[in-house]
Design a protein around this ligand. Sequence first.
Ligand code: PBG
Length: 326
Amino acid sequence: MQFPEYRARRLRRMENLRRLVRETQLSVDNLIYPLFVCPGKNVRREVPSMPGVFQLSVDAATEEACKAADLGIPAVILFGIPQKKDEVGSEAWHDGGVVQRACREIKKARPDLVVILDACFCEYTSHGHCGVLTEAGDVDNDATLENLGRLALSYGRAGCDVVAPSGMMDGMVGFIRDTLDEGGFENVAIMAYSAKYASGFYGPFRDAAESAPKFGDRRSYQMDPCNSIEALREIALDVEEGADIIMVKPALAYLDVIARAREEFDLPLAAYNVSGEYAMLKAAAERGWLDHDRVMMEILTAIRRAGADMILTYHALEAARLLARH
Ligand code: PBG
């Protein structure tokens, strides 16, 4: 009988052999935990399409951030749900807004925890689009940049470590960088949502953040899911404009884009394991159709294998707890 020279199965025989030859590691170091901050006190309102994810008032969000810190998670990212919305989303840049207050409280309680603030207006505008509208109902790029500058300064004053512009406006990274530097916030880093696709996977997030557009969609500013060369162009622009961290979003349906970005750029690379990816797994696991923990770890590991350094994920606490047990 003829045996092949090399038998791959030799190294799969036992767990400790598998550990020795493992190429990809998922660590708690890679996790960023998103939180939704809402008005009120002692509010913990579960998002129906995202079991285990809550709208949290400032006090509750601070508690939740402390839980993450206690598990060794290095960073949280905050999204705000304002008291009231208007045409331009002006509550976003109020120093007393929920996100700014939560940032201050969290930094006070856990100075070492990295606080990232998402910079976008869709949660704050009455129409649900990511910026100021023109007469024709288009998002006005440059008017929106002015407001992003106001927002970035307010975030700087709140003491955040990283600003994460997610509205896909042209020139937003450079504009925010200049504004932060002029305002004396040279140490605040920028995590750019560089390649953000117009995706159906954001559905549950829009429930959580109450940010669904009231008319139309985001296809005139977010990327077409058919394109990946364009993603490289988008990332290159953000790198040129001074991004410190680049991001691909969503993650699971865009692992090829993550892999290409990893090959082409030497900046730290983030991937957003978005709300729809989370909801799919929760729904299937609830029906007993998938093994929740196993699939969660497989997904997060796959995003790392594709090349992401860090993962924004609603699974952060669950994953950190599992990782601590191994
Ligand atoms: C807003 C924003 C979105 C997400 C993060 N910031 C979605 C959108 O464009 O509606 C999605 C995150 C998720 O689905 O988990 N600009």
